[in-house]
Design a binder for this molecule. Structure first.
Ligand code: ADP
Ligand code: ZN
Length: 736
């Protein structure tokens, strides 16, 4: 018998960015060589989609290769590294999501799969034009200056015109006379390569010990996770820059995750000062073209160091060798959309799959990370004092029962007095209130009607400056009415409670000569305006800053010596198991803004419950006491990280159907003795963007395989009909 080799068709496993439970099989066309990690284009229904050749796995179903559709083409792009493929599978497994939905985060810049096209350029060939003019002379002088011994430098047409200060038609005239020849200029790097000179300043003894520990980890090239735990201003950034330098010296790429990358100019400046080149950046604010270039250059290895928001974890690194998670406790690391993941935790996983170190840095570490450090799973490197002359602010509470504000006002005379002193010394004061707008609630004095969002369970927030009532959950806004929409009475609407705009009004009355600024995420002008305002503050062009949590993060205000927390109790009221931790972190970060440049400074907390253990711990400045107490409480109450939660959020547009789906879902839960099922209950945010929400909570011991449990459950679950959606949130951060 003869073998009919012509009929043997090669097949390949391909992961597509779609919510399918596993990769698909495709036929490999004659002559195409494919290996796992290759980026390919494959047909899917009537479309062609970008996808990745995946690793074979055991549970693949055999399909008749002749029935398979062929791979359309292979991209000219470096392969996705094996540890990235493992990472995608790992995240999918942990979050109980389809792996293709995780892969979507990798394929965020499809145009980058093709090589960057070279630019059209011109190169001077020598010689003189028939007729010389002033403009022509300027061009020829410029190109003549740039000669590398062999060739003249190539320019783009517009680049040359701009540099010589002439119009492009001058260049065209010279090109016509064949003084220039067309050439291709290779696409340039998005950032220059970092320069590995040693740091210019000396580290303190404590910093040196910490830096040596981190450098040693970076040197081994093995996986480890270190919690870099030090008060604000203790030099954590300086210290981890040393580990960054080591990884770069060893020819590895470095990723620094930041919670609010768009706002951290001062951080980017510091990196540039230390490494002589800017950091590449990855965040949602990048222009599409830039995104593509950054993605591509991370894949080719041209970008060596990059700072990014959580999605940067899914960039196609070639030789990643260090991840730093700055402000590791920040809740912005949690993605709560489609695939629910915590980038801090996934950074540790990514490091372990890639066998390199991970550094988690924070002045107020998460309870999880502290527990991991205490259990020896993470190394614990501490910095206990502020660098140089800077000392931490003296913290105290203001008992609002004893020192109440004036009628209809929100600032205690004690706080106003401290602000007066700071401003009188030409220093700055900061008021912190985590409430945007003018007032969190508007009601009618005649009938008691409260203005509520039609799509969400939330009050409409008055923004007086824009003369709008806004919902902070769905973005709905309406003009502030003159009459009550319930009883029609004119001019009887009252604002209840303070927002930052209302505080600004109060401060303005008390300090008519002071320069006041309100910083919140909804100020007009967006990120670029905010950057300018932050610079103005740093330069001392502002006396009093009133801000939401936007001001709590990482900014360095050298003149700030007085920080007032307007409502320290605000975060403690809700039933969230992390309320104490969150309040501690936020208030410590805010008060940590003061005194960073030395001299005396104060942090004052307005509270109606100064004896509350969390408030007392912050005011005492005894962070270790806070951690000890909070960890003990979590252990006794068997709360995370000593146990595990998985939330299921069931949402739909019809309330009764959504509730009955939630009930039916609960009935199909597999029996397991170790598991507690709570709910379904109406979510605290029972209505968001017109969708009704119910929550089920799975409470499991740490050792229990919750992923397998949820997978089994979803197999048995009732079909999701009529727009009902069930979202899985492993390790939920938010309980709303
Ligand atoms: P953290 O990250 O812990 O808040 P930073 O690294 O931002 O602390 O340091 C706080 C400030 O002190 C920064 O302005 C930094 O440049 C400065 N600083 C820290 N360590 C040193 C040092 N060894 N020499 C000079 N300046 C330092
Ligand atoms: Zn709304």
């Amino acid at each position: 018998m003869e073998l009919d080799l012509g009929n043997v068709v090669d097949t390949v496993t391909v992961m597509l960015p779609i919510p399918a439970p596993r990769p698909y099989s495709y036929a490999v066309p004659q002559g195409m060589q494919l290996a796992p990690g290759d980026f390919v284009q494959v047909p899917l229904g009537p479309r062609l989609v970008a996808a990745v050749v995946w690793d074979e796995s055991d549970d693949e179903q055999a399909v008749d290769p002749k029935k398979l559709r062929p791979v359309e083409s292979k991209f000219d792009c470096p392969r996705l590294a094996p540890e990235m493929r493992k990472f995608v599978d790992w995240v999918a497994h942990y979050t109980v999501s389809p792996p293709g939905m995780v892969l979507r985060s990798v394929l965020r810049a499809p145009a980058a799969l093709d090589p960057e096209p070279p630019l059209d350029g011109l190169r001077y060939r020598g010689g003189q034009p028939e007729r010389i003019t002033g403009a022509r002379r300027r061009v020829l002088e410029l190109v003549g200056e740039h000669f590398d011994g062999e060739d003249y430098l190539a320019w783009t047409r517009s680049g040359l015109a701009h540099a010589a200060g002439v119009s492009a038609s001058v260049i065209d005239g010279l090109t016509k006379q064949e003084l220039f020849e067309p050439v291709k200029i290779p696409a340039s790097a998005v950032v220059a390569a970092p320069d590995l000179q040693p740091a210019s300043h000396r580290l303190s003894d404590e910093q040196t010990v910490a830096a040596e520990a981190l450098v040693a980890e970076a040197q081994t090239g093995e996986f480890s996770c270190t919690l870099l735990d030090g008060v604000t201003g203790s030099g954590k950034t300086e210290v981890y820059f040393e580990a960054v330098a080591t990884a770069l010296e060893n020819n590895r790429q470095v990723l620094i995750l930041l919670p609010e990358i768009a706002l951290t100019t001062s951080f980017l400046d510091r990196f540039e000062q230390r490494f002589g080149a800017p950091l590449a950046q990855w965040h949602s604010g990048l222009a599409p073209k830039m995104r593509e270039r950054v993605w591509r250059q991370v894949a080719t290895g041209q970008v060596r160091a990059i700072a990014g928001a959580r999605s940067a974890l899914f960039l196609p690194f070639r030789e990643l060798g260090l991840i730093v998670v700055d402000e590791e406790h920040d809740s912005a690391y949690k993605q709560e959309d489609r695939v629910f993941y915590n980038a801090r935790d996934m950074a540790v996983v990514r490091s372990s799959l890639g066998r390199f170190p991970c550094i988690l840095s924070s002045a107020t570490p998460s309870i999880e990370s502290r527990v991991n450090a205490e259990a020896g799973r993470y190394r614990h490197v501490k910095l206990t004092s502020r660098h140089g002359a800077a000392s931490l602010p003296a913290l105290s509470t203001i008992d609002m029962r004893a020192h109440p504000p004036a009628r209809g006002k929100f600032l205690s005379p004690v706080l106003l007095d401290a602000m007066k002193q700071a401003v009188g010394r030409d220093e700055q004061a900061l008021l912190f209130l985590n409430r945007r707008g003018y007032a969190p609630l508007t009601l009618c004095r005649v009938c008691g009607f409260r203005f509520e969002c039609k799509n969400c369970s939330a009050w409409l927030v008055e923004h007086r400056f824009r003369q709008q009532l806004q919902c902070h959950h769905c973005g709905h806004s309406e003009p502030t009415p003159e009459a009550c929409s319930n009883c029609g009475t004119l001019d009887h609407l009252v604002a209840c409670g303070p927002g930052v705009e209302r505080l600004a009004e109060e401060v303005d009355e008390t300090f008519p000569d002071a320069r006041i600024i309100v910083l919140s995420s909804d100020m007009t002008g967006g990120v670029s305006r905010l950057r300018l305002e932050l610079e103005a503050i740093a330069k001392g062009e502002v006396d009093i800053i009133i801000g939401t949590q936007l001001v709590a993060k990482g900014h360095n205000f050298p003149l700030m010596t007085c920080v007032g927390v307007v409502d320290a109790d605000l975060g403690l009221a809700n039933g969230d198991p992390r309320a104490a931790e969150r309040t501690f972190q936020l208030l410590s970060q805010v008060t940590g803004r003061a005194g960073r440049a030395g001299g005396d400074s104060v942090g004052l907390l307005q509270t109606y419950a100064p004896e509350h253990p969390v408030i007392a711990a912050i005011a005492s400045g005894d962070r270790e006491a806070f951690y000890e107490r909070e960890i003990a409480m979590r252990r006794t109450a068997n709360l995370p990280p000593f146990s595990r939660f998985v939330a299921m959020i069931i949402s739909g547009t019809d309330k009764r159907e959504t509730e009955s789906h939630a009930q039916a879902l609960k009935k199909t839960a597999p029996k397991a003795a170790e598991i507690f099922l709570l709910g379904p209950a109406e979510a605290p945010m029972a209505l968001v963007r017109g969708r009704f929400r119910y929550r089920l909570l799975v409470h499991a011991p740490r050792s229990f395989d919750v992923q397998a449990y949820i997978k089994d459950w979803l197999q048995a679950a009732p079909r999701e009909r009529g727009g009902i959606r069930v979202q899985i949130d492993v390790d939920p951060q938010s309980f709303l």
